[in-house]
Design a protein around this ligand. Structure first.
Ligand code: ZN
Length: 319
């Protein structure tokens, strides 16, 4: 009897250890060895400034740069990654740098790799801009389905994905005091999406501009509401904050120079597009021409094909 009990305890322990190991393993790469496994990576969190940590995406497609802002009373997560597995990885990284029980989860825009990790934070407070909430209501699950169809791995990661109900909605701006550090939430759409939101950590001069400014990645005009005019106005507003660190939602962690770099690229694109439009060229012809032109002019920038949807947005908003 004693022997059997020992065996049972031993089996239980082995199971527990295996399960724990499997979980950690799952979050860094696919259990089946698949190439694509867009889940937030653990063990790579970096301290950016006294209150700000980031989990770099390491440029893995489908993984965002995640922010962890730690105050004396509360902690805020910016973009908890794609699916429950990413959210759980973020929660474990958060636990390494913060003991706060009060947690906020906020997101730069509705796309699944920025939002759906929030499922792993059932107790956290969700705050969204009204425009982001509108995006989620109108096309949140549509985007989850599109992402799920891109690969079996993404389908697996997003299998139970939904959006949590927001605890609080704001219109243009809201400041959250985490204790000794404040986060300004700024509505900056419609740019990449209708509901783009940026986060500025005042005391540390760290900015999370979402998809509005990334290091050497062409901006994506991803929604019918995407506007070049609004994008440029928002970039000007963000530049006036003079941040020391800028953490775009994808790509390398950077400094304030990526705001002016994106601003310069977008206003050049606007000028060129309007000139070709005045010559009577169609949006399609202008798009094709400018993809090639911008590939040459900005060789280091990834995703030049995105010029096409930017050109479309400019054609639509200028009579
Ligand atoms: Zn996006």
């Amino acid at each position: 009897m004693q022997q059997m009990l020992k065996l049972a305890v031993f089996t239980l322990l082995v199971t527990l250890v295996t399960t724990a190991t499997a979980q950690v393993f799952n979050t860094t790469r696919s259990p089946k060895g698949d190439k694509e496994w867009p889940v937030v990576k653990e063990g790579v969190t970096v301290k950016v400034s006294p209150h700000v940590y980031a989990i770099p995406s390491e440029s893995v497609p489908g993984v965002p740069n995640v922010g962890i802002i730690v105050g004396s009373k509360a902690t805020m997560i910016i973009d908890p990654g794609m699916g429950r597995l990413s959210g759980e990885a973020v929660a474990r990284e958060m636990a390494k740098v913060s003991k706060n029980t009060e947690v906020y989860v906020v997101t730069t825009h509705l796309h699944p790799e920025h939002t759906t990790g929030e499922l792993a934070f059932p107790q956290a407070k969700i705050i969204r801009a009204a425009a982001e909430q509108k995006d989620i209501d109108e096309s949140g699950m549509y985007w989850v389905n599109i992402f799920s169809k891109r690969s079996p791995e993404r389908a697996e990661i997003l299998k139970d994905a939904t959006f949590r109900t927001a605890d609080e909605i704001f219109e243009r701006e809201k400041t959250v005091d985490l204790g000794g550090v404040r986060v300004r939430m700024l509505y900056v759409g419609p740019a990449h999406t209708l509901g783009d939101t940026a986060f500025y950590i005042e005391e540390d001069r760290v900015l999370f501009p979402g998809d509005l400014a990334m290091k050497e990645i062409f901006p994506a005009f991803a929604m019918p509401q995407s506007s070049m005019r609004a994008w440029l106005t928002s970039l000007e507003m963000l530049e006036r904050l003079k941040p020391a660190h800028v953490i775009g939602s994808h790509g390398d962690l950077a400094d304030g120079s990526i705001l002016s770099a994106n601003h310069e690229l977008l206003s050049t694109l606007q000028t060129r597009t309007l000139a070709l439009k005045r010559e009577g060229k169609t949006a399609e012809a202008t798009g094709k021409l400018l993809v090639e032109e911008f590939k040459t002019k900005y060789p280091a920038w990834d995703q030049p094909v995105r010029v096409i949807s930017a050109v479309d947005a400019i054609y639509k908003e200028t009579p």
